[in-house]
Design a protein around this ligand. Structure first.
Ligand code: XMP
Length: 317
């Protein structure tokens, strides 16, 4: 019978046998999968696991600091790389969504490669791949591809030449959560909303500036904190704020203002493939709208997204 405890026990035994005294490098994202994979590897090989967590400058407010703290409590050996400025410089002036994604992906690879070179004699790359990811990459690339869409191994970053170890590759998401729970990962961490890899970059429509990131971090923080304190956070599958590339007219005293507009989005879903907009209480929306407009300089209008997927996607770009 499959139980989280028996899975942990047998996996740790297998990992020990497979890896021995080798060093493993693993990229942490702050998400459940990479965290649980790291915990299993840590249990198996201890100090020989080196985790890398990159701040791309597009995380939620205080997220880098908060997540690093959590990892410390879990006893993981984490190298936090503050690369925000580097990402934002590369993104300056770029408005096209897919180009943004590509720049962020490539910059991550560069940063990760540089960091992994600092760890001498690493033999393995640990990954939080889960079963649905395995299926997806099989259907895209055929069974022989381990790393998506890379055919020329010679041209790969050095860390990708490492042998790959994926302790979660036979698990579904709910099983990963149960394993995490049985290893002492707190519920708050396990039940977090999904957050896209490119982060706030795809919630800032148009080009990205440090000022826009900061505005959106403040708005998002008010919204998400409000959902939590009003007991609504776990009622929705995912929520976030979007900074629109337009300005709207407002009034302050006798003056007309011309400032930014933000959209709030919250959806119910089971897998992200389809989603319904969440009917958040009007009182809650009214309160959050006031808090945002009163506290975030440069924003004078808040709208709520009432579109479902399909045809609207969850993200706006
Ligand atoms: P959409 O917008 O396609 O989003 O309805 C479905 C889910 O996927 C997330 N998403 C991404 N995650 N990189 C990611 O890691 C991306 O480029 C990306 N785009 C969308 C989105 O947040 C939602 O959970």
């Amino acid at each position: 019978d499959w139980t989280p405890d028996s899975f942990v026990e047998s996996t740790v035994t297998e990992l020990k046998a497979k890896i021995g005294d080798d060093k493993v490098i693993l990229g942490l994202s702050g998400g459940v999968d990479s965290t649980v994979a790291a915990m299993l590897l840590h249990k198996a090989i201890g100090e020989n696991l080196y985790c890398i967590f990159v701040d791309n400058g597009l995380l939620r407010k205080n997220e880098f600091y908060n997540v690093l703290k959590k990892y410390e409590v879990l006893g993981l050996n984490v190298i936090g790389v503050d690369a925000g400025e580097r990402f934002l410089k590369k993104l300056a002036g770029v408005s096209d969504p897919e180009t943004k994604r590509k720049i962020i992906g490539n910059t991550f690879v560069d940063v990760f490669d540089e960091e992994s070179h600092k760890i001498e004699d690493a033999k393995w790359l640990g990954q939080g791949t889960i079963y649905p990811d395995v299926i997806e990459s099989l259907s895209v690339n055929g069974p022989s591809q381990t790393i998506k869409s890379h055919h020329n191994v010679g041209g790969l970053p050095d860390y990708m030449k490492l042998k790959v170890v994926e302790p979660l590759r036979l698990l579904f998401k709910d099983e990963v959560r149960r394993v995490g729970k049985s290893m002492g990962l707190e519920d708050k961490f396990i039940q977090r909303h999904p957050f896209p890899g490119p982060g706030l970059a795809i919630r800032i429509l148009g080009d990205i500036t440090p000022e826009k990131v900061q505005i959106l971090q403040e708005v998002d923080d008010i919204y998400i904190s409000g959902l939590k304190s009003d007991g609504l956070y776990h009622e929705v599958w995912q929520a976030g704020a979007i900074l629109l590339p337009i300005q709207s007219v407002g009034v302050m005293g006798d003056e007309r203002t011309y400032e930014r507009v933000v959209a709030l989005r919250a959806v119910g879903s089971t897998d992200g493939m389809t989603a319904d907009w969440s009917h958040l209480p009007y009182e809650f929306l009214a309160k959050i709208s006031n808090q945002i407009i009163n506290n975030v300089k440069g924003v004078n209008r808040v709208v709520y997204d009432i579109s479902s997927k399909p045809p609207a996607t969850i993200e706006w770009e």
